[in-house]
Design a protein. Structure first.
Length: 329
């Protein structure tokens, strides 16, 4: 029996063509992807249904666009049809964030969801296939995985340029591609906890809100300049040693200043990836952070944690439900 796979083209490089030296989304690229796949010797007898083409460059993905994408997924899953899997064509710039978001929300979806991308347009400016692009290979790997009966979940098949190998990343472990790199990797220690089954699933989730502020540390970060209006939670990153500036808590450059502001406003502050002094030998700055109203998180990618927190505070989960999801110290 032929496989039945709906495809949602969100946009990105895999859905672009080149005109005048610039890449932009084009429905013609979507048709070309299916055509080039069917021309392969390893092509499988699959029935593809193109659901929608959002035409969004990956860097332009926003919470509003995510809600649009989720709306399309709801339509696919609630139309009464039977599918073997779902493919979402997506750009590379924000791929890891969308994969993380879907990993959080689509735990109740009974079929695998594959995000496929391309590091270059699959069609050259003269209209001929681009042999250097990995998009068709990534798409073929997604179709094959679905046909072979891979378990439900969110996946990213991607052939790295560095070694030419095809990798199948889990959506909750893949991390952002480095700047000007064509290679993705997954975080080895990432092992996100699963959400309780009685928390709101994809179909009942309210609109994805812009409610989580993510902050990365750098020398000179002035915490007084950070606005907290409309923020329900703050996710703060760390330096490679799991540290952040405390500066004896006496200056605007100390994370303790932000922790005090958040605590006064009733806004939870999450620090990740960070371990407490109970778990390992730490620098002297860490115990100072432990004394503040800060939640230490470890074992997640920043992309997954951002998605999980945004989900939690968009859905108004209880404190206990959030802790079961995030598992902080």
């Amino acid at each position: 029996m032929a496989q039945h796979i709906p495809i949602l083209f969100s946009g990105g490089t895999i859905g672009t063509t080149i005109h005048g030296g610039q890449m932009d989304t084009d429905p013609a690229a979507s048709l070309a992807l299916l055509s080039l796949y069917r021309e392969r010797k390893d092509a499988l007898p699959v029935e593809f249904t193109v659901v929608k083409n959002l035409g969004v460059l990956s860097e332009n993905m926003t919470p509003i666009r995510w809600n649009e994408l989720l709306g399309c997924l709801r339509e696919i899953l609630q139309n009464g049809e039977t599918y073997d899997g779902i493919v979402i064509a997506h750009g590379t710039d924000t791929l890891a964030y969308t994969a993380a978001m879907l990993s959080v929300l689509c735990r109740d979806v009974p079929v695998p969801i594959m995000l496929v991308s391309s590091h270059q347009p699959i069609i050259k400016e003269d209209g001929t296939p681009n042999p250097d692009a990995n998009g068709v290979d990534n798409f073929a790997a997604a179709v094959t995985a679905i046909a072979q009966g891979i378990d439900s979940g969110v996946y990213v098949p991607y052939r790295n340029k560095r070694d030419g190998q095809m990798y199948l990343h889990k959506g909750d472990r893949i991390t952002q591609c480095p700047v000007y790199s064509d290679d993705f990797s997954s975080l080895a220690f990432a092992s996100p906890k699963r959400v309780k089954n009685d928390t709101p699933p994809l179909f009942t989730l309210p609109q994805w809100q812009d409610c989580v502020l993510m902050v990365e540390p750098y020398v000179g970060l002035n915490y007084r300049r950070i606005g907290l209006d409309g923020v329900k939670a703050v996710l703060h990153g760390v330096y490679h040693s799991g540290t952040a500036c405390v500066d004896d808590g006496r200056s605007d450059y100390s994370l303790l200043t932000l922790a005090g502001r958040c605590s006064a406003a009733g806004i939870p502050l999450y620090l990740s990836p960070a371990k407490t002094s109970k778990e390992k030998t730490v620098y002297a700055s860490v115990p100072a952070l432990e004394q503040a109203d800060i939640r230490f998180c470890y074992g997640h990618t920043k992309e997954w944690l951002y998605a999980a927190l945004t989900y939690a505070y968009s859905a108004d989960l209880t404190e206990e439900e959030i802790k079961q999801l995030i598992q902080w110290e």
